[in-house]
Design a protein around this ligand. Sequence first.
Ligand SMILES: [Zn+2]
Length: 360
Amino acid sequence: MVPAYHIRATLLPDGDQQRDFWIHDRRITFEPVDGAEDLAPIGGFVLPGLVDCHVHLTLDFAESGLPAGSAELVEANLRGHLTTGTFVVRDMGAVSDATQRLSDECRPRVHYAGRLLAPPNRYFGIQRNTPSDELVDVATREAKSGAHWVKIIADFDESGDLLQGTPNYPHEILAAAVKAAQSAGARVAAHAVSAAGIQAALNAGVDSVEHGTGISERQLEQMAARQTAWTPTLVIAPGAAAMSSEMGGKRAADAVLAGFENARQMLPVAARLGVDILAGTDMYPPGSVWREVAALKASGLEPALALAAASTTARAFLGEPALEESALADLVLYERDPRNDPEFLKRPSLVMFRGDRVAV
Ligand SMILES: [Zn+2]
């Protein structure tokens, strides 16, 4: 028999007073449970776990030295997320099939896309080479194999100038691939950075736009109407600029930084229009999602909305439960309010995944 616990804390991201709840048989209840023991000091702040909506579990951004694409690397990355209170991750494209072998019981929970799909020479050499005439078939196959997402690189530019990236696929082929993947039960995420690439992805009906640095108000209106989410990955701006500088010199790097500046300016517009904004860290090590929350807040999002991008908004978008009656006890507690400073997210005082305490 698992012991029962009691917690009194402010429910994040938008609570303004402390609430009592209990954990009984690994599940949350707002009905008092007799004899429950206090799990944490009264008066902290609680989240149903963080969500990182743009990770690559098969790549080694933590510099562990483990081989790219290996099952060991995926395990190490998952551990890094779990111990920092990140309970759900969305893998936005793998370089091997290691993520496809993860079970549904995996800790943390993984919503994965299969391989990164792009034409030959159109994405750093880590893509599954997918010429136009194969895109529909490959996307269908990935969706049917059980991938929750299909990730398509919608635009790219070899000279490193992200704003000038050109679409990777003819419009009608991209649209047919998106439709085929969705009919087979997957959702579709598009890497799209240029205005033309974003427009092609939106016209094709994708479910989320990744990066979207060149996004416009008109495109955000379209996204709000169709409930297309946006993962701006603001935190990667310096890293992306460094890569662009290597590919195309200062001019390319400056263009990338200008793109991220555009994204920052569009964020409050997206919030006003009601577009789902998701926090994703892409090329940062596991446990970095607090950085994206900080970047979103610094760009003018309400602190609660910036935090929701890495918690409740992301959970709702992915179909994961919030901190609610009879949900499995996914909890991360903090002594201080991360809405005041997202860096507090780095130091959880208690991490509990599905009713089990995780060492932090
Ligand atoms: Zn990525």
